[in-house]
Design a protein around this ligand. Structure first.
Ligand code: ATP
Ligand code: MG
Length: 251
């Protein structure tokens, strides 16, 4: 009891130092419950990525999926923590979902400048990086304010250049890139060109085979290293912000 109180105090100290505004979200299993079943599955994913037959260890990894709400951000975040917990492995978690950012809710930081402002030329990379209480894990948020024209921004060559620049500048780190759903936007396809590996996410009893197959089209097949079946089926279907793409019907 005494020990956990002391650890909590230490955690709070680290969060304050890192600019966090509250307790990290409970869904960050790798942080709160590193010995849980879910955390064990995330470690398995890390091990798999590090020991793929006939492939070198990918350093720039994108997490994507066909539909909204399949668990991309959660898996990207937990994977980033799992890698950062390894010996000498530094990680930059990059949020490339400009329309529906969620990492600030998981890691509890205030709205902060990031990818959007950098590619618009109003912020510098080094000024946008957010420290986390997890040693060796840094976050590049998506945007302080959601841009009016995210697709145009992302379609622009600037997004590709940014991923390239991040990967060159932080060549000692893993880059874990959280993206928006493939069926809603073209963003993941643009980002896919700049990454070394793509991890797909599908949600149990939620992702239809046809949606999944459609999502695979247009992605470079040789970069897809695997699919995480996010075995979560109790969540209620949620309405999604990208209404103009009209894919509530998939629910
Ligand atoms: N394995 C899981 N266990 C518990 N909750 C989960 C799990 N996977 C996803 N969730 C919950 O489902 C919701 C959607 O997850 P998440 O935001 O990671 O999905 P996403 O694919 O990033 O969504 P979006 O496409 O909207 O960005 C969140 O509330 C998250 O906490
Ligand atoms: Mg997400």
């Amino acid at each position: 009891m005494k020990l956990s109180k002391a650890m909590e105090k230490q955690d709070q100290g680290l969060m304050k130092q890192a600019g966090m505004t509250g307790r990290l979200d409970d869904h960050l299993y790798m942080y709160h419950m590193p010995y849980s079943y879910t955390a064990e599955q995330i470690r398995k994913l890390r091990t798999y990525l590090f020991h793929m037959p006939d492939k070198s260890v990918p350093r720039v990894i994108m997490i994507t999926s066909a539909l909204p709400g399949e668990g991309k951000s959660l898996i990207a975040s937990n994977l980033a923590i799992a890698i950062a917990k390894g010996d000498d492995q530094y990680v930059l978690l990059v949020e490339c979902d400009l329309r529906k950012p969620s990492l600030h809710n998981l890691f509890k930081y205030p709205p902060s400048k990031g990818v959007s402002e950098i590619i618009q030329g109003t912020a510098r990379i080094e000024d946008c990086l957010i420290k986390t209480p997890i040693d060796k894990l840094t976050i590049l948020p998506s945007a302080q304010e959601a841009p009016a024209n995210p697709s145009e921004l992302l379609e622009s060559k600037k997004m590709s250049s940014l991923i390239k620049e991040l990967s060159e500048r932080y060549s000692d780190r893993f880059l874990i890139i959280d993206t928006s759903p493939i069926q809603a936007t073209v963003d993941p396809k643009i980002i896919a060109d700049q990454v070394e590996a793509i991890v797909m996410v599908a949600r149990y009893r939620y992702t239809k085979e046809s949606d999944f197959k459609m999502a695979l089209e247009g992605l470079p097949k040789d970069k897809i290293v695997g699919t995480v079946l996010n075995a979560l089926d109790e969540l209620p279907a949620r309405k999604y912000k990208y209404s103009k793409y009209n894919y509530h019907k998939y629910y």
